[in-house]
Write a protein that binds this ligand. Structure first.
Ligand code: ZN
Length: 401
């Protein structure tokens, strides 16, 4: 059977077999594999470690006019942990079943995309295609642990500045129907911790002004807002998760012993906010804390980065978007635009004022990123290569504007 397998599928399965699972990804084997890919593609290749042991592999195909802003194809090389007992097959075996479903961690998120870029480019080069703009491929580490040591550092380097990127493509996720999803922005992760202080004392009394009463108000307000947002999403079929704010209570701390009313109680929420709601949300939280009473304060997790920047995805207003959406039309893809509900490396790049579209060409595929039994059908995988073989030249040949 393997002798009849499409070589691009074999290549994809080999990449899946490199165990780049967090927290100890085998980046050395991954880099060696990618160096081989660059060689096969005939691309220049450099490896940059902004943090020791965290390699960014950068491949470059110089365009006919290298002075024009370049076109970037980004993918991350790491994958999230697995619980092997819940998997039908070894998650790093890239097992292919009788229906052509390839099982493995990273088959959707996002080793498929990395290989699709490479396979599309190999095919285009073989067919004698030339590109006006320089194309860079970045294979970056540690996206699954928020990218701070990967893309987050790479964008600060001279090497990245000199790449002079005009447009980047990065990850999206699969759709369960025939449409394909494209993302022009993403929600910010705003982990927030609320401290409620009040009158401490003996647990036998009706003490006034207690931390517990304030904590109750805070929890009610946050969870009422959660319910409102969930209802908003339910009521409007045009909205998706990226368009609303999600809130989840994730921690509770405090207390001394059962008969002591504590002077402080804490509650933490995981909050994901769409770009258009960011400023509004912070003001709202400040208001909620004030309403809950004296001695209630909040602090947002300072490691979290706001993702305010959005890429213009309106027809006739952004030549990059027009080229992308025209190429998708050519491939008979029905696109659905949206805000990515979680964080990706795209926000580091958008922060520099660079346009980025999040797109993983997978449709009619259950959304299994980070889930057990993540798989991708080989037909969907191969179709993705055809799609990139149309999209890549369309974008790399966008004329100067
Ligand atoms: Zn990913």
């Amino acid at each position: 059977m393997s002798s009849q397998e499409h070589p691009s599928v074999t290549n994809f399965r080999n990449y899946i077999r490199i165990n780049t699972v967090q927290p100890n990804p085998d980046y050395a084997s991954c880099t060696e594999f990618l160096r081989g890919q660059a060689e096969e593609l005939g691309a220049a290749c450099q490896v940059i470690e902004c943090v020791p042991g965290k390699p960014n592999v950068i491949m470059t195909l110089v365009g006919d006019d290298p002075t024009l802003p370049s076109f970037l194809l980004n993918s991350h090389t790491d994958v999230v942990p697995v619980f092997p007992e819940h998997w039908k097959y070894d998650p790093f075996s890239a097992h292919k079943d009788g229906e052509g479903n390839i099982y493995g961690r990273g088959t959707q998120d996002m080793k498929s995309v990395g290989i699709q870029y490479l396979e599309a480019l190999k095919r285009l080069k073989k067919d004698g295609h030339k590109f006006l703009r320089t194309i860079h491929l970045t294979f970056v580490p540690d996206e699954e642990v928020s990218g701070g040591n990967g893309m987050g550092r790479l964008v600060e380097t001279k090497v990245f500045r000199e790449m002079n990127v005009g447009l980047g493509l990065d990850e999206g996720y699969s759709s369960t129907d025939n449409k394909m999803l494209v993302f022009y922005g993403e929600r910010s992760s705003k982990a927030v911790k609320i401290k409620c202080s009040g009158q401490p004392g003996h647990g036998s009394q009706f003490l006034p002004n207690t931390a517990g009463e304030k904590l109750r108000k805070i929890i009610n307000t946050f969870l009422d807002y959660r319910e409102q947002q969930q209802q908003k999403l339910r009521d409007n079929p045009r909205l998706s998760l990226g368009d609303v704010t999600t809130i989840n209570l994730t921690s509770l701390e405090g207390g001394v012993q059962p008969n002591v009313v504590p002077s402080e109680l804490y509650v933490g929420f995981d909050v994901r906010v769409p770009p258009s709601e960011l400023d509004h949300f912070e003001t709202m939280v400040a208001g909620w804390c004030k309403e809950a009473g004296h001695g209630v304060s909040y602090v947002f997790d300072e490691k979290a980065l706001d993702s305010k920047e959005m890429t213009c995805a309106e027809d006739g207003k952004n030549p990059w978007w027009d080229a992308f959406s025209d190429a998708c039309k050519k491939e008979n893809i029905e696109l659905e635009k949206g805000i990515f509900p979680a964080g990706t490396d795209s926000h580091y790049v958008r922060k520099l004022g660079i346009d980025v579209l999040g797109f993983s060409p997978m449709n009619n595929t259950p959304r299994l990123l980070h889930d057990h039994n993540e798989y991708l059908n080989e037909k969907v995988f191969l179709r993705g290569i055809d799609i990139y073989a149309t999209i890549i030249p369309a974008l790399a040949n966008v004329k100067s504007f």
